[in-house]
Every structure is written in structure tokens, then in C-alpha cells.
Design a binder for this molecule. Structure first.
Ligand code: SAH
Length: 249
């Protein structure tokens, strides 16, 4: 069984969208994962097919009804024993991290619930095993782009999706740090030259330089990650991955 994604959304026509091209799209075509988008509106019960109502206590906007959301969830997942985690896209959720993405990618798939308007009636989180997940501390207008972020991050880690050489082992966040900076040809561009060490062919020096720059840039841009980055290996990452690639001299 390939890794299976089910998306519950008011806009199923948005899928696969960007997930239908490049890496994720090729993998979808090759059957390395599957994607179905179900319309939440199909689970409305009244004659107007309404999925939302005004917020209790007053305020702007509309809130997605729990009965309709539950019916949509129950249509794809055994709510008592979900084989796939059910994630609700919401800025009120736990921020998604690369370790969580790795966990999700190593499982059987996910069920993603996309919000619109003011979001979900809170009771859905009590009545079903739904995990609130955020893609970051900002607000987008719908859960669909958030779901695409989650799916893209997972799918690229599935076996066979990325080439063996770039298995993602040295990426940002894997060691709790940002990745080191990258360069490519031309060697000199607008008077700026690629750091000499990267052209030296000395893999140990390159690895040490990269580790140093990863630390430095993480300190600069993400001091919060440095605080969490304790223990573990202080040794520079192996430069082995680059050994059989053509070197820039
Ligand atoms: N009023 C809500 C935001 C609603 S935005 C609040 O302040 O919390 C509408 C929908 O977009 C949400 O239900 C959610 O599904 C999605 N969304 C917006 N920002 C998101 C984020 N940072 N992470 C995940 N989903 C998000």
C-alpha cells in the first residue's frame, strides 16, 4: 500500500495543484503515494448543504460545524482506531517540525482537515482524535495551502521520491540547525568568488567549514534553534555525499 493522503476540504478542485508537478507529481504518477480530496460539503445534512454557522458569543465570520466535520472525518477514518493520524490545519495548532514530518512520512499516510473562514468548532478536537497542526506563526486564508505544505514535506521523504544522492540527510533542521550556505558556478560572479575552501577538494576542511557556517547562520537567523540544539554530535557532518560529484575547482 502506498503512503495515502486524504484531504477534507471545501475546495477539492485545488488538489493536486502544485503537488501534481515536479518531485511530488512524478511520485504521484509513479504510485509512490496516493491522494484523494473529499468535499466537506458532501457531508452537510440540511437542505441548504450548509457547512458553517455564526460564532457563538458573537464576532466576525463563520465557523465550521462539528457535525459536518465529524461526518467527513468518519467517511475516511475509523475514528476509534485511525491508522493514519488526522491533522487539522489551524494557526492555533502545534507548529509542524521536520522530526514530525519524518514521523508522518514513515507511517501509512495522513488525513488532513482544511479550515476556512474562522476555522473549526472546537468540539471536533474532543470528539475525534484530531491533532491541531500549524505551518507557522502567520495566518493564511484557508487550510488547503497548509495541507499542501504538510504533504509536500512528507512526500519528498518517501522512499524512492528523491534521488539516492540527495536523501535529505544533510538538510536544514536535521541536526537542529539550518543548512550551510550553497554555491555553484560561475566561480566568480559580480566580483564575488565562491569561498576558497569549497574549491579546495579537502573534504574534511569543507565539512568543518560547513558545520561552522551552519552554526553561524543559525545563530544569526534562528537563535531559538541554537537553544534547543544541545548535546548530540559536535563533529562536523561527513562530506562523503559530495565525493563522487564533480567538484568546483
Ligand atoms: N481566525 C482563525 C484563522 C482562520 S484562517 C485564527 O485566528 O486562528 C482560515 C483557515 O486557514 C484555518 O481554519 C486553517 O485551516 C487555515 N490556516 C490559516 N493559517 C494557518 C496556519 N498558520 N497553519 C495551518 N493552517 C492555517
Amino acid at each position: 500500500m502506498p503512503w495515502a493522503a486524504s484531504v477534507l476540504t471545501l475546495y477539492p478542485e485545488m488538489f493536486p495543484g502544485p503537488l501534481g508537478i515536479s518531485l511530488a507529481g512524478r511520485a504521484l504518477g509513479d504510485g509512490l503515494w496516493s491522494l484523494e480530496a473529499r468535499n466537506i460539503r458532501d457531508f452537510a445534512t440540511d437542505k441548504h448543504r450548509s457547512v458553517d454557522d455564526t460564532p457563538a458569543g458573537g464576532g466576525a465570520g463563520m465557523v465550521l460545524r462539528p457535525d459536518v466535520l465529524a461526518a467527513a472525518i468518519d467517511s475516511v477514518a475509523d475514528a476509534k482506531d485511525p491508522r493514519r493520524p488526522i491533522l487539522a490545519m489551524t494557526p492555533r495548532g502545534k507548529p509542524l517540525t521536520q522530526p514530525r514530518v519524518r514521523e508522518l512520512a514513515s507511517g501509512e499516510g495522513v488525513v488532513l482537515l482544511c479550515g476556512r473562514f474562522e476555522g473549526f468548532d472546537e468540539r471536533i478536537f474532543e470528539a475525534r482524535p484530531v491533532e491541531p497542526v500549524s505551518i507557522g506563526d502567520y495566518v493564511v486564508s484557508g487550510g488547503e495551502v497548509a495541507a499542501m505544505v504538510v504533504l509536500d514535506a512528507c512526500v519528498r521523504l518517501l522512499p524512492g521520491v528523491m534521488g539516492a544522492a540527495s536523501s535529505g540527510e544533510e538538510e536544514s533542521f536535521n541536526e537542529g540547525l539550518l543548512e550551510y550556505p550553497q554555491y555553484t558556478r560561475p566561480v566568480t560572479w559580480e566580483g564575488r568568488t565562491i569561498p576558497e575552501v569549497l574549491r579546495s577538494g579537502d573534504h574534511a576542511r569543507i565539512a568543518a567549514w560547513r558545520h561552522e557556517r551552519a552554526l553561524e547562520d543559525t545563530r544569526l537567523w534562528r537563535p531559538d534553534l541554537i537553544e534547543r540544539h544541545r548535546g548530540g554530535s559536535q563533529a562536523p557532518p561527513s562530506g562523503a555525499r559530495h565525493e563522487d560529484e564533480s567538484e568546483i575547482k
